[in-house]
Design a protein around this ligand. Structure first.
Ligand code: PHE
Ligand code: NA
Length: 455
């Protein structure tokens, strides 16, 4: 039984390159693309932010993804175990395991609040099924969302359900079922986004949205916006969190890591851009505020669904797919910790339940940040953190500090501490292109962004 669980939840290898791509895309595509990307783009003024984000994906995110998958495959262990082992084999200090420890912690903090946000999809599924969105006005939609946030009980309930779902898959054998589900659900999500973009074109504000997303106004770009774009490149690709390293450990030797990573990055970026193209026309058509924050899609999309033919059906489908996308991401967040504890002799079931329980407890502070504790801004004495609730701080700390730091350390390790001959074995003919980028370009870019934010 225990052995079965082990094999089912922790496959020694993916069954194919396709299975790895699906798992990696499942991890990457999530709330980051559909919920976070549009709202931070709205908050940071559009075009210039989007361009910086795309540059960060190409120049920093993608090379780091290649590095993480490569390290994962070489180590073949949990992110913590992999870093210790690869560093040891390279004749370096096993203290590099610290990179794995920080990644595991990062994923864990993210999971705590990600579960709360993912929970929002469930009352939205119920509302969609009940036809609550039909002909809803923007104001009503805002009130509906406000009502959800104002109710700690509701938020806690859905947070609990979502964390339960995550633990369930992480603990046991459903992984393969889920992998199969991902292969159907991800394309469905893609198609549904296309339908939404099609609808958005009929609003008469599509051109305005294109301008907002793709016409850069660099005069409005702040150092913090660049940091947010950089952080989001890591967040959206599931980097510096152990997720890709853990999944890389299950990758066969004959798969091209570089080509596979490019596919994952393109799919992830495609979904984010489609989400933006679907949402901003609606925002402008209804006079909504692009910088309205984390509620952006939950306020705008119901208005669109409420007006389109078959809207209740599409709305239900959309929020179900969003829930699945978030689910396949949250499972990968728990994987760093579970695989580590598993290595230390703790069963996957115990590790997943224990980890999920603690993340759930921490998540309660995010639930309360949205209502009863919304005035609790513990770092308000620093100008930068003024008005930031605990939830805001978890988000900032992970995406904008821990992830860039972790990625920087990873780049320094593969670029300066690992023998190039060894990474070349893993990367083949792509090595010549990749190596100078992770050795110089990626770390220097991260350092520059940090520098301008500390000044
Ligand atoms: N990439 C996921 C998303 O965009 C979030 C994530 C972060 C998943 C870190 C795993 C690890 O939603
Ligand atoms: Na993503």
């Amino acid at each position: 039984m225990a052995e079965n669980n082990q094999r089912a939840g922790n496959p020694a290898q993916w069954s194919s390159r396709f299975a790895f791509i699906m798992a990696a895309v499942g991890s990457a595509v999530g709330l980051g693309n559909i919920w976070k990307f549009p709202y931070i783009t709205g908050e940071n003024g559009g075009g210039a932010f989007v361009l910086v984000y795309l540059a960060c994906i190409a120049v920093i995110g993608l090379p780091i993804m290649v590095a993480e998958v490569m390290l994962g495959r070489r180590g073949g262990k949990s992110p913590i175990g992999t870093m210790a082992m690869v560093a040891g084999n390279e004749g370096r200090s096993r203290g590099w395991a610290g990179v794995g420890i920080m990644a595991t912690l990062t994923a864990f903090i993210i999971l705590s609040f990600y579960s709360v946000i993912a929970g929002w999809t469930m009352p939205y599924i119920l509302a969609a099924v009940g036809g609550d969105f039909s002909n809803i006005a923007a104001e009503e939609s805002g009130a509906l969302f406000g009502g959800l946030l104002a109710s700690p009980g509701q938020l806690l309930l859905w947070h609990t359900v979502f964390m339960g779902l995550t633990v369930l898959v992480s603990a046991g054998g459903v992984r393969h079922g889920l992998e199969r589900a991902v292969t159907k659900l991800m394309p469905a999500l893609f198609v549904l986004l296309l339908i939404l973009v099609g609808y958005a074109m009929t609003t008469g504000y599509f051109g305005e949205a294109i301008g907002f997303l793709f016409r850069p106004d660099f005069s409005a770009l702040t150092a913090e916006a660049v940091l947010v774009a950089l952080g989001h490149a890591f967040f959206t690709l599931s980097l510096a969190s152990g997720a890709m390293m853990a999944y890389g450990a299950y990758l066969q030797k004959d798969v091209s890591i570089a080509r596979t990573s490019v596919v994952v990055a393109i799919m992830d970026t495609g979904v984010a851009l489609l989400a933006g193209l679907a949402i901003f026309p609606i925002v402008f058509a209804h006079g909504l505020e692009p910088g309205e924050g984390p509620g952006l899609i939950f306020v705008t999309l119901p208005v669109a669904f409420g007006q389109m033919p078959g809207g209740s059906f599409f709305a239900t489908l959309f929020f179900v797919l969003l829930l699945f996308a978030a689910w396949t991401s949250s499972i990968s967040m728990l994987e760093s910790l579970v695989s580590y504890l598993n290595e230390k002799g703790v069963s996957r079931v115990k590790a997943a339940v224990g980890g999920g329980l603690v993340a759930w407890l921490v998540g309660i502070t995010t639930v309360l940040s949205l209502n009863d504790w919304s005035g609790f801004t513990p770092l308000a004495m620093f100008e930068r953190f003024e008005g930031k609730t605990l939830f805001d701080l978890y988000d900032f700390l992970t995406a904008n500090i821990m992830m860039p730091l972790g990625a920087l350390m990873t780049a320094l390790f593969v670029g300066w501490k690992m023998k190039p001959a060894n990474s070349a074995v893993e990367l083949g003919r792509w090595h010549g292109l990749w190596f100078p980028v992770v050795r110089y370009l990626s770390p220097i870019a991260v350092l520059i962004v940090f520098y301008f934010n500390l000044k």
